[in-house]
Design a binder for this molecule. Sequence first.
Ligand code: SF4
Length: 137
Amino acid sequence: MNITQATTRRAAQRAPMQALTLVERLVKRPLFGCQMCGHCILQDTAFICPMSCPKGLRDGPCGGTDVYGMCETDAAMPCVWLRIYERAERMGRMDRLMKLQDDLDWRGEGSSSWLKLIKRAVGRDGRLSETERAAGS
Ligand code: SF4
């Protein structure tokens, strides 16, 4: 196999993953402000993306809000975690909110979390291969 064939084959292998990543980005960005962290926890955060926290906190608030619940890095912005907490309470999803989250693996940034869900559903562990990770970036 020459280099052109190898490159073409590799591109063909990556195309479905890149398409899925693009669709996920196009759907979730306008709906949730998704930043494609690669490990979606929307279902545990009352469908508010925790990555919109300026500090990128995924396991709860930093405690730096003012008495009105506004973010200490941007006084015009309500604390993302306060919004998450209030919505989770309204939706009866506090049990999910209290779940401890895994650390975010930043190597997966830009990759599709839908792909991981699909893999989990079909019995793979949800970790991305180098090819899949590269396809997301
Ligand atoms: S948790 Fe990650 S994948 Fe889910 S919406 Fe937020 S940035 Fe996107």
